[in-house]
Ligand binder design. Structure first.
Ligand code: MSP
Length: 507
């Protein structure tokens, strides 16, 4: 039976429309999901929307609709955007679904029974956009350190989760599982925070009603983050499908942005320990996508909608850019100019041109059939190196590294064409030598196409078809399909329009 592989994105607040920052995490998760499917894994790729809490209640009030109506509309906008970007999720969870209420209540009851939840009074500062409490020493000039806006002073009788009990257990766990939080800088940040001491935190509200009621005290609703984190277990089947839950939990990779690291690497694991459940195998926190050096926000008016870029660069152009442009970890600045430059150099010139050139030559010199002969020249070693490097980069979620390994193979193929000049071989009627050179080029094209499939699914499917394959590229299985020499002689080749038409640089 295929190996299960469970990958998740954060669930997005339904406060407003998706922007390229949200798309960034989701495309990365999609690439990973597609990559694992190519390995034959039984992938469960989860995304969804986070719909409870004060922030959503207020957004709905501002728009004069009920929270439910607001959540329906905005959640659908996420689905539409993901459909546009070719996001192949297997499950889209909404925290307002009945299945989630069941799982949250089951989860909470377990913690309550374990004695890790007790009643107390909270007095302190709260940032609504973060849906998080802050200690006075964490504020910047009295403001939220993330949103730089005023916080609310709140006094409430709440239930508290006894996080303080988990300090040592978390440290022991992370010592025994050195790769549970990546990258390393983020792991160190988390360890520092835990060592600094953990305080119990309030996990219920009486001031709002928009949430999941506590099973033992219906006058309280669950604090939105407590409810939201449990979504990952709901989707795996907690409280509804034991077989599925046993199969998919714990998650293999949970992708998050760095701003929600503490929730995922401190609160979440402690909650799971309290509920007697296993911890995710890996939490990976990536940096922010900045625009003009700043985080995108409604107030800075610098949010970019994915639709605008897809219209111009296509779905593959969009996906490629964000996966190739910056390392998946540190912050990176988005710029339109560099998107045009990268599109032209990597997609139009390197990949697109190579594909066209090789297919044109093979059509003209080999009767549009994959030749029998192979030179088995320098491209054999180049392919093997690309496969090796791309694989090891993908293992460590280094998407840009995997792409550059793949694009190195394309550059090597272009250089090989230049050096072996098949058009001269053809002119001198050295038919076999010409066919052998083109045979190697077609073979690397096959391998590069497979390596790039998870990132640029549309162009690679088309190229797969042009290479004469009748099946869909996603039916291929790694690692076997990546072994040199499998392009069948006699496959009928097809020429076509450029896969990535060049863009003019707008001055
Ligand atoms: N609802 C919570 C997550 C709950 S998960 C149990 C939330 N939602 S969010 O919509 O505000 O953010 C979701 C994700 O988008 C976060 O990982 C956040 O880091 C990411 N991004 C939002 N803006 C971003 C950028 N500008 N760049 C990269 N990622 C960004 O937090």
């Amino acid at each position: 039976m295929a190996k299960p592989f469970f990958v998740t994105t954060p669930i997005y607040y339904v406060t407003d429309a998706p922007h390229i920052g949200h798309a960034y995490t989701t495309v990365a998760a999609d690439v990973l999901a597609r990559w694992r499917r190519l390995h034959g894994d039984d992938v469960k790729f989860l995304t969804g929307t986070d719909e409870h809490g004060l922030k959503i209640q207020r957004a709905a009030e501002q728009h004069g609709v009920t929270p439910n109506e607001w959540a329906d509309t905005t959640s659908q906008r996420y689905r539409d955007t993901w459909a546009l970007l070719g996001i192949s999720y297997d499950d889209f969870i909404r925290t307002t679904e009945p299945r989630h209420r069941i799982a949250v209540q089951e989860f909470l009851q377990r913690i309550y029974n374990a004695g890790d939840i007790e009643l107390g009074t909270y007095e302190g500062e709260y940032c609504v956009p973060c849906e998080a409490y802050y200690n006075a020493d964490e504020l910047e000039a009295g403001n939220c350190p993330i949103h730089l806006r005023a916080v609310d002073h709140v006094v409430e009788e709440n239930y508290f989760f006894r996080l303080s009990r988990y300090q040592q257990r978390l440290l022991d766990y992370y010592a025994a599982h050195p790769h549970a939080i990546e990258p390393e800088s983020k792991r160190n940040e988390v360890l520092g925070f835990i060592r600094g001491g953990l305080r119990d935190f309030s996990m219920s509200r009486t001031s709002i009603t928009w949430g999941v009621p506590l099973p033992w005290d219906e006058g309280h609703v669950t604090y939105v983050w407590f409810d939201a984190l449990i979504n990952y277990c709901t989707a795996a089947g907690l409280g509804a499908d034991d077989e599925s839950f046993a199969r998919f939990w714990p998650a293999d990779v949970q992708l998050i942005g760095k701003d929600i690291l503490r929730f995922h690497a401190v609160f979440w694991p402690a909650m799971l320990m309290a509920a007697g459940l296993e911890l995710p195998r890996k939490i990976f926190a990536h940096g922010w996508l900045l625009v003009g050096g700043e985080k995108m926000s409604k107030t800075s008016l610098n949010q970019i909608a994915p639709e605008a870029l897809v219209e111009e660069f296509g779905v593959d152009g969009f996906r490629y850019h964000f996966m190739a442009d910056q390392r998946f970890g540190p912050d990176g600045d988005f710029s339109y100019e560099s998107m045009v430059t990268r599109y032209n150099s990597d997609l139009a010139n390197n990949f697109g041109n190579l594909a066209n050139r090789v297919l044109n030559m093979a059509t003209n010199y080999c009767d549009a059939l994959v030749p029998l002969g192979r030179a088995n020249g320098p491209l054999v070693a180049a392919s093997e190196a690309a496969v090796r490097n791309a694989n090891s980069c993908m293992e460590s979620l280094d998407f840009s590294g995997a792409l550059s390994a793949t694009w190195d193979l394309m550059s090597a193929t272009n250089a090989y064409v230049e050096a072996s000049e098949p058009w001269k071989l053809h002119k001198r009627s050295e038919t076999e030598a010409c066919a052998a050179v083109l045979g190697d080029c077609l073979e690397t094209l096959r391998i590069a196409t497979l390596l790039a499939q998870a990132v640029i699914p549309d162009a690679t499917s088309e190229l797969w078809r042009r290479l004469g394959f009748g099946d869909h590229i996603s039916a291929q299985r790694f690692p076997d399909a990546l072994v040199w020499g499998q392009l069948p002689a006699g496959n009928v080749l097809t020429k076509g329009d450029p896969l990535f038409p060049r863009k003019d640089v707008v001055a």
